[in-house]
Design a protein around this ligand. Structure first.
Ligand code: KG4
Ligand code: ZN
Length: 337
């Protein structure tokens, strides 16, 4: 069974082919330069999707050595995401499936992130706990069985990646801020500043990063009153200390969930899983607890068509079909696919 997956929920235009659960191609187009504006500009993103969707889909088919006519089904993300961006991929996917006379299924972007863990040869076994951390999401999920998700917790304000991006901006670092903070943190002392670990929802699984962000802001304001410039060592220490606070909070809840729900497998997905401290500390803690940790390769962590094609393949194989009337939903929840 050969399935095309289309991802246009934010600023990546991506398409991929999955054949019987194996990735045959995954094309991600470089969009317009959102970095110039310090963040994703929704209107520019949707216009770029319009320009890129046809060549990206054609390239995905050609790299997989197949044709669109040979497809057995089409999958496209219907939410959550930016409405203008979602509409491009979803409308295109529906129209293509209709024209080809092939089944269509709408895919939940958050489910696709969870199932990105199935794109690698080594796959987690059910049940497993998954943490999706990116610029737009921070979500802790118990995956009980195929298609059976329980959202344990989410962020009530900023996503983890968003907090990285905002702190980087305060420090005058480049966008996106995550990789910039990560790089400097490697040269800094994580114990230099004791930033608060959110005491919000201490016994639950909800996250909040806005208090931490504000405390970095106040710390920098006070420091600026004492000196004109921020020396490199100071910036490195702030990055390392901020990053330590984020990783502490994420991993504490992640491993507590694993313990409470008695799972043996745990997984991390989303762009922030590129963070070197998150990766190494999660690996060490998983080993200490005798758990198996899964993090897909970077190409599958950031928004990509492969995770959508995989989710579509599994859903279509399970008999799911979406109507051509399916509409884009910016706030679609994973518990309601
Ligand atoms: O998954 P992604 O590419 O896009 C979204 O769906 O949001 O994630 C991008 C986010 C950005 O906020 C970026 O700063 C963050 O992931 N990120 C990192 C690192 N690399 C990317 N955050 C921390 N450390 C990194 N090394
Ligand atoms: Zn995403």
């Amino acid at each position: 069974m050969t399935v095309l997956g289309i991802e246009t929920s934010c600023d990546e235009t991506s398409a991929a082919i999955v054949e019987d659960g194996v990735v045959r191609s995954n094309v991600v187009a470089a969009q317009v330069d959102h970095a110039r504006f310090g963040g994703v500009v929704p209107e520019l993103a949707s216009r770029a999707h319009l320009r890129l969707i046809v060549p990206v889909v054609e390239e995905a088919a050609s790299r997989a050595g197949t044709t669109l006519r040979a497809l057995d089904g089409v999958a496209a993300v219907s939410g959550p995401g930016l409405i203008g961006s979602l509409l491009v991929g979803l409308s295109f996917g529906k129209a293509l499936a209709f024209a080809l006379g092939k089944p269509f299924v709408g895919v939940n972007h958050m489910e696709a992130h969870v199932l990105s863990n199935l794109l690698e040869e080594q796959k987690p076994s059910y049940p497993f706990v998954n943490l999706t951390v990116s610029g737009g999401h921070t979500q802790l999920i118990l995956v009980r069985a195929p298609f059976d998700y329980e959202v344990l917790g989410e962020t009530i304000d900023d996503a983890a990646g968003e907090a990285f991006d905002k702190v980087a901006k305060m420090l005058g670092l480049e966008y996106p801020g995550g990789p910039a903070v990560d790089r400097r943190a490697r040269e800094g002392d994580p114990a230099a500043v004791r930033f608060p670990r959110s005491s919000f929802d201490p016994d639950g699984y909800q996250f909040s990063f806005s208090g931490l962000k504000t405390s970095v802001l106040y710390y920098l304001r006070d420091a600026r009153n004492e000196r004109d410039q921020m020396p490199a060592r100071f910036v490195n220490d702030v990055c390392a200390s901020f990053q330590a606070a984020v990783v502490d909070v994420l991993l504490k809840k992640f491993f507590r969930a694993a313990e409470i729900f008695g799972v043996h497998d745990v997984a991390i997905a989303g762009g922030v899983s590129a963070n070197s401290s998150l990766r190494s500390r999660a690996a060490a803690e998983a080993e200490r607890r005798g758990l198996r940790l899964f993090i897909p390769r970077m190409e599958y962590c950031t928004d990509n068509g492969a995770m959508v094609a995989m989710t579509g393949y599994l859903r279509l194989r399970d008999g799911a079909r979406s109507s051509f009337e399916l509409s884009a939903e910016p706030n679609l929840s994973i518990s309601r696919p």
